[in-house]
Structure formats: structure tokens, C-alpha cells
Write a protein that binds this ligand. Structure first.
Ligand code: NAP
Length: 281
């Protein structure tokens, strides 16, 4: 039977560590504050924003939120970001994505001061990651590295396949695995012989956004399977990119959905906020 990688427990462990760190910083006179901006009232975004603020409160990070109407112009949003960039008491700025279609996400991400880019999406953060310099790491991939390490799974020298090449998951994931000395293959919608490619994986990271796409015939026996997907099945139940029932008996370790990668993303966001205060406050 595969080991169940418990993202809930591991993220809780990280939050306890961060709580202690926040107390130490507070004792030294350093308060940490995250600014959270949401444009419009997309229900999924509202849940994410609420959970991020809850996470901040739990570890002792302050948060201020800006809930802007759907019709907010790009210029208005950029003006707010520029103001927050200037405010010394704000350590991190998070703009919840997706933004309404009349606002260009790239322009907004570039407007955030890289020293406050706690999502790790700014080109400067991505560039630093690529050349191995210090900077904020994209939260979901950084959380996956923590899941693997804290579960005692060795990455060095392993054959890793990342399915998906998005800027927020697949690409930074591949670079982080490379940093850990894995041999990395990135697969995507144009990959030929996808099944054979994925079957090479000692560690598979599935970040494709397709309900239960990865069935047992994609999996090498003994592989570690990390499921990033957040999808709904035909009954509206939350599920991943991996068909857990068929894959679990074959692999050595696997993350569930929910309760696997998801909780780690917020823990790493909180970690980035802490890092921002430590490095730049
Ligand atoms: P995305 O931007 O839609 O990227 C999906 C990737 O999968 C693309 O690179 C695409 O290839 C590839 N792909 C799509 N269909 C494919 C197929 N049939 N065969 C092979 N590759 C295929 O998605 P994302 O933002 O990376 O998110 C992926 C999933 O992770 C989603 O379910 C999302 O909700 C979830 N997610 C979870 C967390 C978390 O905290 N747990 C965080 C972020 C995202 P092309 O590039 O060729 O189009």
C-alpha cells in the first residue's frame, strides 16, 4: 500500500514553525503585514483570499485586504499597487488571480515591487529562481518540494516528470526539481507518447487540470505521485488529475486531493511573507 503524503499535517507543521518565528520577530520589533487585493467577487477567489487571511492570522502575520469592484480600471489597480510598494509597513503584496479580462495580469504582476512579490510571479523572482539566486519561490512548487523532503523522499538523481508547463506550477516546478539534482522531463499537450514519457517517472508531478486523467497505465511501479490538480468529478466532488483508486495500489507514495498539495500552497505563501520581513524589513 502506498504511503499517503499528508499535506494537511505537513502544512500544519510548517505553520507552527512560522508561528514561532513570527513571535521571535515580534519580540525584536518586526511586525509582518500582507496586503491582499481582490478585484471582483469570483466565489473561488473569495474562498482562496479568505483562507490566505486566515492562515496569516494563525501564524501572527497581519493582513489588510482591498476588495475592489469588478469595474476597477487597470490604472486604478496599478495606482494602489504603487502606493503599497511605497508603504514600509507592508511586507508582501498579493493580487488574487484571475483578474477581470480588461486588466492585463502581466502588467499587474510586473508592477509589484519584487521585494514584496510573495507569490513569486514577478519576472525578477522567476529569473532568480532560474539562475539559482535568492528570491521568492512560486508557492505551489515550493510546497511540493517541502512535501517530498518532509516525507523523506529523495529527489537527487531521480527521474522526475512534470506534466504541465504553466508559469505558476509546471515551469517553476521543473526548475526547483533541477535545483534538487533530479533529471527532469516536462510534458505538455504536444508531448508525443505521453504515456511512455510519464511511465519513466520515479516522481510524477501532475499539474494538468484534467479530472482523473492519470490512470494506472501511466504509472511505473513504485513511483511517487504528486497530484496538483483541483477539479470536480461528474458528481461535483473535488478530485485531482490522478485517478487515485487505480494509481494508489501501484505507487510507493501519493498525495490525496483534497489534503495534499493544496494546504502547502498557503503555508509557503506565509513562509514567503516571513522571508520578506526577514530580508527587507
Ligand atoms: P494550466 O495553466 O491550465 O496548465 C495546464 C498544463 O497542462 C498546460 O501546460 C497544458 O499544456 C497541459 N495539458 C493540458 N491538457 C493536456 C493533455 N491532455 N495532455 C498533456 N498535457 C496537457 O493549469 P495550472 O494553472 O498549471 O494548474 C494545473 C492544475 O493544478 C489545475 O487543476 C489547477 O486548479 C491546479 N492548481 C492547484 C494548486 C494548488 O494549490 N493545489 C495551485 C495551482 C494550480 P500546453 O501548455 O501545451 O497547453
Amino acid at each position: 500500500m502506498a504511503m499517503l503524503i499528508d499535506g494537511k499535517a505537513i502544512s500544519q507543521q510548517i505553520k507552527e514553525e512560522l508561528k514561532e518565528k513570527a513571535l521571535r520577530l515580534k519580540a525584536a520589533g518586526v511586525e509582518i503585514t500582507l496586503a491582499v487585493i481582490q478585484v471582483g467577487n469570483d466565489p473561488a477567489s473569495s474562498v482562496y483570499v479568505r483562507n490566505k487571511k486566515k492562515g496569516c492570522a494563525y501564524v501572527g502575520i497581519g493582513s489588510v485586504s482591498y476588495e475592489l469592484p469588478d469595474e476597477t480600471t487597470q490604472e486604478e489597480l496599478l495606482t494602489l499597487i504603487r502606493e503599497l510598494n511605497q508603504k514600509k509597513e507592508i511586507n508582501g503584496i498579493l493580487v488574487q488571480l484571475p483578474l477581470p479580462s480588461h486588466i492585463d495580469e502581466d502588467t499587474v504582476i510586473r508592477a509589484i515591487d519584487p521585494k514584496k512579490d510573495v507569490d513569486g510571479f514577478h519576472p525578477q523572482s522567476v529569473g532568480a529562481l532560474c539562475i539559482g539566486q535568492p528570491g521568492f519561490l512560486s508557492c505551489t512548487p515550493a510546497g511540493i518540494i517541502q512535501l517530498l523532503k518532509r516525507s523523506g523522499i529523495e529527489i537527487e538523481g531521480k527521474e522526475c516528470v512534470v506534466l504541465g508547463r504553466s508559469n505558476i506550477v509546471g515551469k517553476p516546478m521543473a526548475i526547483l526539481l533541477l535545483r534538487e539534482n533530479a533529471t527532469v522531463t516536462v510534458a505538455h499537450s504536444r508531448t508525443r507518447n505521453l504515456k511512455e514519457v510519464i511511465k519513466r517517472a520515479d516522481i510524477l508531478i501532475a499539474a494538468v487540470g484534467k479530472t482523473k486523467m492519470i490512470t494506472s497505465d501511466y504509472i511505473k511501479e513504485g513511483a511517487v505521485v504528486i497530484d496538483v490538480g483541483i477539479n470536480r468529478d461528474e458528481n461535483g466532488k473535488l478530485c485531482g488529475d490522478v485517478d487515485f483508486e487505480s494509481v494508489e495500489p501501484l505507487c510507493s507514495a501519493i498525495t490525496p486531493v483534497p489534503g495534499g498539495v493544496g494546504p502547502m500552497t498557503i503555508a509557503m505563501l506565509l513562509n514567503n511573507c516571513m522571508q520578506s520581513a526577514e530580508l527587507y524589513a
